[in-house]
Design a binder for this molecule. Structure first.
Ligand SMILES: Nc1ncnc2c1ncn2[C@@H]1O[C@H](COP(=O)(O)OP(=O)(O)OP(=O)(O)O)[C@@H](O)[C@H]1O
Ligand SMILES: [Mg+2]
Length: 341
């Protein structure tokens, strides 16, 4: 069952330079759906629009970002909520209890002059009617911290007294204390060293197992997706160019860009030279015509310079926006199907 559906979403930054208005096309016709209890990973190199997509999914579109088209619908049982049509207050009601957010750079979101316990108190107090019942607040927070394997003493500390990994765990604890159905996490472990990273990812996974919620996980780090994501969507220049179950993305990437992303990962025992994509991503202000990847694509054909490929089904649950990949795979599948008969 889907819990979130995105259709043709466009969100551009409208910026002025030298007296002219320009549109930075950060989210450019994105459609995707998120299923109940899954971890959907979103990957892609820096500047491709991952954070802007998450902000738009939260309905948090403020100037210079502008909603240029498309819909974001949350499904709460029978109820469908079009988040981009909600006023700020209605949106706030949906936030934290139904949807929560771990923003990028969240190591610095904790108030430096407040003890962690006070931050929890005001956060929980703002959402639940438990201000007059201090005992209930204490037990709720303590139980949650214990469930996440965090020492209860953390509540007495100021943020600067905690390590980066601990601060990130506290931020995640804060984002999940109200047991939201959906957690949108933006690079939650990127600023941390590898060992601590693993702990934070494990924490998110444990929360998901325990609370049975859905996670949309943004990170450019494919190794993290291999660890936590059930499905992965790859973004390039504001669009989703490939989407598939995680094993499929790693075993059989179809888009040449995804092949570069996967091919550049180190593998144990493999000493062959790793090739990354040549050139740099295009400017989101003036995208090349056709497929935005064509200037970097070794296999580009004339059609790739003229038309934008649609994200279409190439194999079971596997979509790709590439003229070559979609066609080749369809051929392979039909041969395989014929052979198995
Ligand atoms: N306030 C802003 N005004 C204008 N352009 C912006 C603004 N914020 C972001 N952008 C541009 O929008 C594009 C997408 O940015 P975004 O932060 O969504 O990328 P990202 O994929 O999250 O990158 P990273 O991996 O570095 O976090 C980039 O080209 C960025 O320069
Ligand atoms: Mg980002």
């Amino acid at each position: 069952m889907d819990v979130l559906r995105v259709e043709g979403l466009k969100a551009f930054y409208i910026v002025e330079s030298a007296g002219e208005q320009r549109a930075v096309k950060a989210v450019n016709d994105v459609s995707l759906s998120v299923r109940e209890n899954e971890v959907l990973g979103i990957a892609g190199e820096s500047g491709c629009g991952k954070s802007t997509l998450l902000k738009s999914l939260l309905g948090n579109i403020r100037p210079p970002l502008r909603h240029m088209g498309g819909k974001v619908t949350y499904l709460q049982g029978e109820r469908e909520v079009d988040i981009l049509s909600l006023g700020k207050e209605e949106r706030q009601k949906l936030m934290w209890q139904h949807i929560s957010y771990v923003p990028q750079g969240s190591l610095s979101v904790l108030n430096p002059v407040r003890r962690i316990g006070d931050t929890f108190r005001s956060f929980v107090g703002a959402h639940l009617e438990i201000k007059k019942e201090p005992g209930r607040f204490e037990s709720l927070v303590k139980r949650h911290l214990e469930d996440l394997g965090l020492p209860v003493d953390t509540l007495k500390a100021y943020p600067h007294q905690l390590s980066g990994g601990m601060r990130q765990r506290v931020t995640i604890a804060l984002a999940t204390i109200l047991k939201p159905r959906l957690i949108l996490a933006d690079e939650p472990s990127t600023a941390l060293d590898v060992v601590v990273q693993r702990g934070v990812i494990q924490l998110l996974r444990d929360i998901q197992t325990e609370q049975r919620n859905t996670i949309v996980m943004v990170t450019h780090d494919m190794a993290i997706h291999a660890n936590i994501s059930d499905r992965v969507a790859i973004m390039y220049a504001g669009r989703i160019i490939e989407e598939a179950p995680v094993e499929q993305i790693f075993m059989k990437p179809l888009h040449p860009y995804t092949q570069y992303l996967i091919g550049s990962l180190p593998r144990i025992g493999d000493k062959s030279h790793r090739i990354s994509a040549p050139g740099a991503p295009p400017s989101l202000v003036s995208l090349p015509p056709g497929c935005a990847f064509h200037p970097r694509c070794p296999q580009a054909k004339p059609i790739c310079r003229q038309e934008i490929p649609a994200l279409s089904l190439a194999a079971k649950e596997h979509r790709v926006a590439c003229f070559l990949a979609a066609k080749e795979d369809a051929d392979v599948d039909s041969t395989e199907a014929a052979g198995s008969r």
